[in-house]
Ligand binder design. Structure first.
Ligand SMILES: CC(C)(COP(=O)(O)OP(=O)(O)OC[C@H]1O[C@@H](n2cnc3c(N)ncnc32)[C@H](O)[C@@H]1OP(=O)(O)O)[C@@H](O)C(=O)NCCC(=O)NCCS
Length: 167
């Protein structure tokens, strides 16, 4: 198996086809509904068994300089539960770290929560319901341990923000 970033038009066609097949088609969503306007700037990963045919995919984008977000993780049905999703998420996390992200957040489908927990993500809160059916949970994983000085500074900034009305 190899882990690559899609680059050609053909790569992206197969990449979006798998995204649609796993994340949209079962809910009768049309072709095209699997894409969003961050796809042009996001970082994409695909795991391929042979040639450049993806069996597992995922995307990472930045919400700000510290916060990266993972979306559209999907593994072809016959390959689920064989470590492919872990290869994808590891590659996305490595990229996020290399780019200086402090943490990664994501909205996990309820069925995928155990997968993300195994990969070190913690539930923050219940988030939205997709297609009136799929409950999502906001999850987060810290990538960096803050140094002692940064930790104290962060603590006082948070304290000040939370208590500015009474100071
Ligand atoms: C969720 C998904 C991306 C995980 O990828 P995967 O290749 O199946 O996962 P892996 O084989 O790498 O699993 C890693 C670990 O998580 C566990 N795991 C994965 N999916 C799980 C699930 N649904 N329930 C419980 N445990 C799960 C595996 O058992 C494995 O544990 P182990 O290390 O103790 O053996 C994939 O199953 C998928 O595409 N599901 C359908 C689409 C989806 O829900 N995408 C997520 C959108 S938020």
């Amino acid at each position: 198996m190899k882990i690559i970033t899609p680059s050609s038009e053909e790569d992206f066609l197969l990449y979006y086809e798998l995204r649609w097949k796993i994340l949209r088609k079962p809910w009768n969503q049309p072709l095209g509904s699997e894409r969003d306007n961050l796809d042009n700037t996001g970082y994409h990963v695909m795991v391929c068994e042979n040639d450049r045919i993806p069996i597992g995919i995922g995307r990472l984008h930045f919400n700000n300089t510290h916060e990266a977000q993972i979306r559209y993780m999907a593994v072809d049905e016959e390959y689920q539960g064989k470590g492919v999703g872990t290869l994808v998420i590891n590659a996305l996390e490595k990229y996020a770290k290399d780019q200086g992200a402090h943490y990664i957040m994501l909205n996990a489908r309820e069925n995928a929560v155990p997968f993300y927990q195994k990969n070190g993500y913690n539930i923050q809160e219940k988030s939205y319901l997709l297609f009136d059916d799929i409950q999502h949970f906001k999850m987060k994983k810290l990538l960096k341990n803050l140094s002692g000085k940064s930790y104290i500074l962060t603590f006082f900034c948070r304290f000040f923000i939370n208590n500015k009305n009474i100071m």
